[in-house]
Design a binder for this molecule. Structure first.
Ligand SMILES: [Zn+2]
Length: 151
């Protein structure tokens, strides 16, 4: 156990666990360390494995530190969204992370030349397909680009 530290696990209803802590979970984005007992440290590890976007480090009693989910989620090989305009342009949104993507505009009449590329965000991570408002924004970007004659 870690001297003077008690488990901070708090169930949905009820009191803080309070058993002697054997390790910590560190939430990487804010560096906060929370002490946990054996049982609750192990359940945190399970949780960290289940959710790819939980960026947690677990520090064991002996100081061993394990980082969970450090790698970005694998890129989705299929476009999140695609559209063809006037048989001349092709737009594709390709995922780059959980909530991020790139919008690429290609000229189909010019050997699929890439005309422009924007970094975009995916509402709700586009888990169940792209968000309606996102698609409207992407279409506006593309139409604006073509209208301005930037190609
Ligand atoms: Zn506990």
């Amino acid at each position: 156990m870690i001297e003077g530290e008690v488990c901070a696990h708090k169930p949905w209803e009820g009191a803080v666990c309070g058993r002697p802590a054997v390790g910590y979970v560190v939430t990487r984005w804010n560096g906060r360390q929370t002490p946990f007992c054996r049982e609750h440290l192990d359940s945190c590890k399970l949780t960290a494995r289940m959710f790819a976007d939980y960026e947690w480090d677990v520090i064991e009693e002996d100081g061993t530190r394990t980082a969970y989910n450090t790698a970005p989620p694998p890129a989705d090989p299929d476009p999140v969204w695609e559209s063809t305009l006037d048989k001349k342009y092709r737009a594709e949104v390709r995922r780059t992370g959980t909530g991020t993507a790139e919008l690429v505009l290609i000229d189909l009449t010019d050997d699929n030349r890439e005309l422009v590329r924007w970094a975009v965000t995916l509402a709700y991570g586009a888990q169940f397909g792209p968000d309606v408002q996102d698609v409207a924004d992407w279409q506006e970007k593309i139409e604006g680009f073509i209208d301005r004659g930037e190609r």
